[in-house]
Write a protein that binds this ligand. Structure first.
Ligand code: NAG
Ligand code: NAG
Length: 239
């Protein structure tokens, strides 16, 4: 196994020189993700002729942090974050997952406290680094940004927090009282650009809004240990 890994590594270095880059990029398989895949945070999918082609596609695209290759079907999936709790993993035979050298300090890096999160404006939430409240993750620049040119379908959760007094739509039907149900409603709304939502699973409320903590008074963004409401920030689309 070690020698196989080395061969891939050396060949990639070679490919990288072919592309004119001077940097090398080590690749590590995440052995806890086998025969599982996801499309959340995925920005490109293609058919490749080999595992090496998939690695080369990832390394030559500056937005690629992690890739998955299906050894059976040769489907190659590129991701602009590490695989995190925000990825819905489903079982599918043949998939393996690899992190590139860009995964160090990237969105989704493991952490135990905020000081472990080196990317600007990231904090440690549930043992992974993600953008702080109000910041959206850009899959294009791999940074946390104050606003996006185009908003995507992924959200990050800030627990026990909400923006006071800015709800434009309140939904109570059971299909909206989950993170994915309320998120889909936020993405689907056309009368305004939905930038965030709040979910109260205890009292069965999904609130859609067109603001982030940066667009309201500081005093209107509340982080309260006792509240049953969680805040979800919409992230940018890959364009
Ligand atoms: C592998 O992926 C799992 C699931 O996303 C993650 O929790 C873990 O930290 C990853 N392992 C490494 C070594 O990055
Ligand atoms: C993954 O699926 C392959 C068949 O594609 C099988 O041979 C292998 O044992 C499976 N690995 C794990 C860890 O489940």
């Amino acid at each position: 196994m070690t020698s196989y890994f080395n061969v891939i590594y050396l060949t990639l270095c070679h490919l990288y020189f072919v592309e004119g880059a001077t940097q090398t990029c080590a690749i590590k398989q995440n052995s806890s993700i086998k025969n599982k895949t996801t499309t959340s945070w995925m920005f490109q999918e293609s058919l490749v002729s080999s595992k090496l082609d998939c690695a080369a596609q990832c390394l030559t695209n500056p937005s690629c942090i992690t890739y998955m290759i299906n050894r059976n079907t040769k489907v190659c999936r590129l991701f602009s974050t590490r695989i995190t709790q925000y990825n819905t993993l489903t079982s599918e035979a043949g998939y393996l997952s690899y992190d590139t050298c860009r995964a160090t300090d990237a969105f989704g890096s493991p952490c135990s406290s905020n000081s472990n999160c080196k990317l600007a404006n990231t904090i440690c939430v549930d043992n992974m680094c993600q953008c702080d409240a109000g910041w959206s993750y850009s899959q294009n620049t791999l940074q946390c940004v104050r606003s996006c040119v185009h908003y995507g379908t992924m959200f990050t959760k800030i627990k026990q927090s909400y923006i006071s007094g800015n709800d434009l739509i309140t939904l109570t039907a059971p299909q909206y009282i989950t993170a994915s149900g309320c998120g889909q409603a936020c993405v689907a709304v056309t009368s305004f650009t939905c930038l965030s939502f709040e979910l109260d699973t205890t009292f069965g409320r999904c609130y859609l809004q067109s603001v982030t903590p940066f667009l309201v008074s500081l005093l209107d963004f509340l982080q309260l240990l006792g509240t049953t409401v969680d805040y979800y920030q919409r992230n940018c689309a890959y364009v």
